[in-house]
Design a protein around this ligand. Structure first.
Ligand code: ADP
Ligand code: F6P
Length: 367
């Protein structure tokens, strides 16, 4: 039976990502077509707490002409106060005031933690993964990842041109917070000689430098090295050591936020439409405290609490000193069947990364 939902709110939160706009559009347009009032909430949880002036009822035309735009028309904010009960209560009050019976939160794991707190106070929330990092373990995909990677490819292709002309090496640091997905997949796509990510527990700098030396000895003029920002404070120093130890002139580039802007790609627009409509369907089915995921090409969902535990379990495999956060339930608190499911899932993610690393290393080998 369909839930009686009269109004939903949409907000974007945390780091923006290309594709958030098409997601806002999909959620708003689909909600309106289901006879639900759609409210845009500006500046994430900050706007939800402020209320007046930050919450706007959308007509279908209000989300026109954003499908092709990067960033988010709803703007985003980091609002650490939202961890405090006083602010969650303000948000709940505003939901009631504006007739918001359900909330769609587009963002990353931090945003989902906020959504979970709201659910506990009686506001049904559904998350949509929107982060370039693609670092939410439960989902194969998060909106923005594809566009960000295409931007990296374009930038590195340009660096490669000039490296080839000048017979240089270029170390490129890419975003991704603690996750190496952007680095790993783009390294394959640009033909990088070396990729450095936190998840690669077998990484050895001496071997990497030897590989660079061997590539040059075999006649390779341009040498590209991709480093994930999650490998803290590593990239710039590594560039210096490559030059010192190989004699190859080595430049350094940090792509940083460039990768977060720009026109959303086909994939990000498509996923935004799939995730956005699924979120409304799930709210109408009475689901809450979940987020929409993609597994093996299919749209599914997972409890936010389980996703936090899975994130913790997976990230601990390459960050052994990772601490449990307030909202991550310890894996042992789940039943045996769930624990097995989580362990299998983590093993599957590790295997995926290992397989990609193997490809990256093998197809860039000159020896
Ligand atoms: P992302 O959603 O991309 O992971 P953040 O970690 O910055 O980005 O989280 C986005 C916002 O979500 C924060 O600014 C804050 O308002 C809210 N948030 C983050 N962590 C929590 C938490 N533990 N409890 C409640 N709200 C949170
Ligand atoms: O989560 C997206 C992301 O761009 C990360 O890749 C990066 O570490 C972080 O946000 C940067 O945050 P800020 O925009 O606050 O500098």
């Amino acid at each position: 039976m369909k839930k009686n939902i009269k109004g939903i709110g949409i907000l974007t939160s945390g780091g923006d990502s290309p594709g958030m706009n098409p997601a806002v559009r999909a959620v708003a347009r689909y909600a309106i077509s289901c006879g639900i009032n759609a409210y845009g909430i500006y500046e994430g949880y900050k706007g939800l707490c402020e209320g007046e002036g930050y919450i706007q009822k959308f007509e279908a035309r209000d989300v026109s002409n954003i499908i092709n735009k990067g960033g988010t028309m709803l703007y985003s904010a980091r609002f650490p106060e939202f961890k405090e009960e006083e602010y969650i209560d303000k948000a709940v009050k505003n939901c009631k005031k504006f007739g918001i019976d359900g909330l769609v939160v587009i963002g990353g794991d931090g945003s989902f933690r906020g959504a979970s707190d709201l659910c506990k106070k009686g506001i049904p929330c559904i998350g949509i993964p929107g982060t370039i990092d693609n670092d939410i373990t439960s989902t194969d995909y998060s909106i923005g990842f594809d566009t960000a990677m295409n931007t990296v490819i374009e930038a590195v292709d340009r660096l490669r041109d000039t490296c080839e002309s000048h017979e240089r090496c270029n170390v490129v640091e890419v975003m991704g917070r603690n996750a190496g997905y952007i680095a790993l997949e783009t390294a394959i796509a640009v033909g990088a000689t070396v990729v450095v990510i936190k998840e690669d527990l077998n990484y050895n700098e001496a071997d990497a430098i030897e590989k660079i030396r061997a590539s040059r000895a075999a006649g390779k003029r341009n040498i590209i090295v991709i480093v994930a920002e999650g490998v803290d404070g590593y990239s710039e120093g590594f560039a210096k050591r490559i030059q010192e130890q190989t004699g190859i002139e080595t430049k350094f580039a940090r792509l940083a936020h460039i990768v977060r802007g720009g026109t959303p790609s086909l994939r990000d627009r498509l996923e935004a439409a799939r995730f956005g409509t699924a979120a409304i369907d799930l709210l109408l089915e009475g689901k809450k405290n979940i987020f929409v995921c993609e597994r093996d090409g299919k749209i599914t969902y997972r409890l936010i609490s389980e996703a936090m535990t899975l994130d913790y379990m997976y990230k601990k495999t390459f960050t052994p000193d990772l601490k449990l956060k307030k909202t991550d339930a310890a894996p042992e608190t789940y039943c045996e069947r769930k624990q097995k499911e989580f362990n299998d899932f983590v093993a599957m993610r590790q295997a995926e990364v290992k397989a990609l690393l193997k490809i990256a290393n093998e197809i860039s080998n000159y020896s």
